[in-house]
Write a protein that binds this ligand. Structure first.
Ligand code: ATP
Ligand code: MG
Ligand code: MG
Length: 348
């Protein structure tokens, strides 16, 4: 059978491997860290740095297509790999989503609404950006931020000095604070033939910067739901995208505002594992393998909840609930803030 190469062996890579295996594919995980969660379920694992050209070459020679579970893959790694096997989703999606400034420019270039934003190349530029964007606002590093890391909230212009003092040298952007009522996301897929299928938007609640729950159906009017799906389809088509993408949106009285995109399967799409016939992981594998997509139809109301750190203590009780599906990632240490698993609770 064909082999799918996956860059990154965390829980997303693990669940992608399981889905690929179910469709008869083999998977080959590439991850620099020892014993990645996906290693338990993949057919082959390479543990080597992303800069190791020999290891990359050997990896690429065993796979038919390459995908990834995170967007911060070094450019040089992609340069080496792309000569040997197709990379899906393609590099344009990575270029856009690796940098918050490029991403905001791209999305607003498509005519989509984003938060007001200003470039903050260094600490000195923050004062100027603040005069443009005002407060409340959020300073975010342009690259490598996730789970709310690399962000600083500026409640009041008087906080600017503290923010400058606390700012690393990393280039950043300042975003105006969006006064949203709630947050939703669309998990969207586009096939090799250009067909687009979206899952029903989910409503997301964060705790300490980390996704806590996703609930479907989200609180959206019929026109907001259509809008959300049209926004996602617009982005996927513009990027000539192949695979699954997460599109995070803020719901405001003035309409939907795009927060960020993730060119991969997404934590807020985990509910699809127990709410749809074809879940986001299988959908992604189908897309990158050139198969027809599932239609994304939802057959149940679901609440997905992340199990983070100590939440693992609840597993024995959760395992007794007949309406709850457990998904555990096989990570040894339940460190604070670490995503250990999630549950999908069917609501009737
Ligand atoms: P993720 O783990 O989703 O990749 P991240 O670290 O990339 O998160 P963002 O999604 O940009 O960070 O922000 C995290 C959360 O902070 C958002 O889901 C939202 O709740 C809040 N937030 C971010 N930007 C804004 C904004 N401009 N206005 C209001 N709230 C915001
Ligand atoms: Mg993000
Ligand atoms: Mg986010």
């Amino acid at each position: 059978g064909a082999t799918i190469g996956i860059l990154g062996g965390g829980q997303l890579g693990r669940m992608l491997s399981v889905a690929a295996s179910r469709l008869g594919f083999h998977t080959h995980i590439y991850d620099p860290t020892a014993n990645p969660p996906a290693g338990d379920v993949a057919h082959l694992v390479t543990t080597a740095p992303y800069e190791d050209n020999d290891a990359l070459f050997a990896f690429a020679s065993t796979v038919d297509v390459i995908t990834y579970e995170f967007e911060n893959i070094p450019t040089l790694t992609l340069d080496t790999l792309e000569d040997h096997a197709p990379i899906r989703p393609g590099r344009e999606a990575l270029r856009v989503s690796q940098d918050r400034l490029v991403e905001k420019d791209y999305l607003s270039g498509l005519g989509l609404r984003t938060a007001d934003y200003a470039d903050v190349p260094d600490a000195a530029a923050l004062a100027i950006a603040l005069t443009k964007i005002g407060a409340p606002s959020i300073l975010k590093t342009r690259r490598f931020g996730y789970d709310g890391k690399g962000q600083m909230r500026i409640a009041d212009p008087a906080d600017a000095d503290a923010a400058i003092a606390g700012m690393s040298d990393a280039p950043a952007i300042l975003e105006g604070f969006v006064d949203f009522s709630h947050e939703v996301s669309v998990i969207a897929a586009r096939g090799l033939d250009g067909a687009v299928a979206c899952f029903d938007p989910g409503e997301n609640v964060h705790r300490d910067g980390i996704l806590h729950t996703t609930t479907v159906p989200a609180r959206l009017s019929a026109s907001q739901r259509t809008d959300a799906i049209l926004i996602a389809a617009n982005i996927l088509n513009a990027l000539d995208y192949v695979g699954v993408m997460g599109v995070e949106l803020f719901v405001t009285p003035e309409g939907l505002v795009v927060n960020e995109i993730a060119p991969r399967v997404h934590n807020s799409g985990h509910w699809t594992q127990n709410g749809c016939v074809v879940d986001q992981f299988e959908q992604h594998i189908r897309a990158i393998a050139g198969w027809p997509l599932g239609d994304g139809k939802r057959h149940a109301d679901v609440v997905m909840e992340n199990l983070i750190g100590d939440d693992m203590n609840r597993v024995p009780d959760l395992a007794c609930d007949p309406a709850t599906a457990l998904h555990l990632y096989g990570k040894a240490e339940a460190r604070k803030g670490r995503k250990m698993g999630h549950i999908n609770r069917i609501v009737t």
